[in-house]
Write a protein that binds this ligand. Sequence first.
Ligand SMILES: [Zn+2]
Length: 442
Amino acid sequence: VNPDETQGPVAYVGATAIPGDGRLPFTDSVLLVENGRIIALGDQHTPIPDAAVRVDLTGKFVLPGLTEGHAHVSGFASEAYHPDEPGAFRAAPPLMEDLLSWGVTTVRDTGGPDLESTQGLQRHSEVWPRFFGSGPNLDGSPGGPWKGMWKTEEPSEVGDLVTAEAEGGMDFIKVYAWMTEPVLLEAIRAAHRHGLPIAGHVGYTVTAERAVELGIDALEHIRIGPELIPADRMAEYRALPFRPRDEMAAVTPWRFIDLDSAAVDRVIGKFVRAGTYLTPTLAIHESHLAPASHSPGDKNFHDDSVTGELQHDPEDDVQVARMQFDRIVEFVGRAYASGVRVVAGSDTPSPALPPGASLHRELALLVQAGLTPLQAIEAATYTPAKLLGRSHETGSLRLGNRADLVVLGADPLADITNSSAIETVLLAGRTVRTGAPLNGPA
Ligand SMILES: [Zn+2]
């Protein structure tokens, strides 16, 4: 009997099951699924109903479907980006298909051009990854260059923007780099009045540290930095020439930062006490700063165009960029070890960050930062589910959760790059993909 066609329970038998929520794996497991939900998980002695269809997964590894914790799919579904191409979704379907083929069953979309694109993608959880989005980024003036941002400099106006997003069904609020502190404070208050988490690509007009003091729930990218520069290096930092993308993406503070300094301890301690979620998007930082640090010749992760804009001194680009990246990676490891909640997200899609594949690169970078493979998997399953307020229904192999599952042919705990050895992807217990991922090897 095809497990996709039975109305009764399905028993996946024999795999090593990785629960995703930090618990140790069950070897030789029994995972029971019925009506799209997980109804049992245990060892080989777990009772299997007579009516169950058995699927032998001996030698395989099963884990919760992965969450891409920082993506921008909604922009590709939008008329604002494709004014000459009327029709639904435009470039979004192949992106969602790619994500699914790489085991991504949940997308956290961190900013798009309008509410409608997000709403459209939210409605397609039967065939695509479940979609949780912020809608348009809220920003100050002049604001980020992305289409469709909602901008205000008035603290009294931002509450209405947040309300419009909440009433439009957005799953969280996202603010951007030019928002001033008084506006940010009102945005945080408004988001929390609506019961929504608020995430920030901050660090320009307001430091990440200050945003956490004001109550922001989640930090996107490593835009921490200026608050960590030692006082006696500030003059050097300020003397650096300004480059076009610095408000959004400058990582130059990292050349001055001492990871053993009290400032680093202070900031990490604040994040821990506040319960801040940090989605460091190491993959995009790598694509800017250290594009050749893996898979030499792999153009997938190389983004020359941006790298040039992000560096100050072309003559020491390579050395300084790599040093900055290495320090960022080490900072993430220290933050995690201290108790900061780290989420895996890559900032896909872009030529350097192919959808799906780039999340697996992020997992490898989190392991490079010092997380164990089990902890890295948690950063792509349970932790983002907590951030999205959905851990009671997704992100782990807990009873009652949706059976969004990935079956691997090789052990990701032995080598995190095996996370991409994907054989089967299930959405709510239904097989949506078998075989190798669509857009090639990572
Ligand atoms: Zn982003």
